[in-house]
Write a protein of this length. Structure first.
Length: 127
């Protein structure tokens, strides 16, 4: 699995938003496997239902692909099918480009890992 990830946000003046209930702002390196082969990304917001993935190569809405995530403390990536719901292009406010995805029939192991991650992050969404 690739360890490359999208660079972090720039200026200190940008305040990270607290994630909504049931979500975590955890940054998890991911590999996306679509029709054009694998490419890297990083989660910026994740829940049991989906995630925002920062990447310079967002796929078009409606595209299904295989997503590999390596959760903190795990060595092996977990795979989940995902579908692109919306895309954010590079913005003048320096929010990272990327895409919002919904997980498609996530395996129990992925759901449990996300639940553990959200619970462990508690009220401190960025570690």
């Amino acid at each position: 699995m690739s360890s490359a990830a999208v660079a972090s946000q720039g200026p200190e003046s940008i305040q990270p938003q607290a994630p909504r209930r049931g979500r975590s702002a955890a940054e998890i390196p991911v590999d996306l496997h679509g029709a054009d082969g694998p490419f890297p990304g990083i989660t910026r917001n994740i829940s049991r239902e989906g995630a925002f993935i920062a990447t310079h190569q967002p796929l078009p809405p409606g595209t299904r692909f295989l997503l590999f995530l390596v959760f903190p403390g795990d060595r092996k990536p977990l795979a989940v099918r995902a579908e692109v719901r919306w895309v954010r292009e590079a913005a003048p406010d320096e929010r990272p480009p990327g895409m919002g995805v919904a997980f498609v029939d996530p395996p129990l192991g992925v759901t449990l890992s996300i639940t553990d991650l959200i619970e462990s992050m508690g009220s401190n969404p960025r570690r």
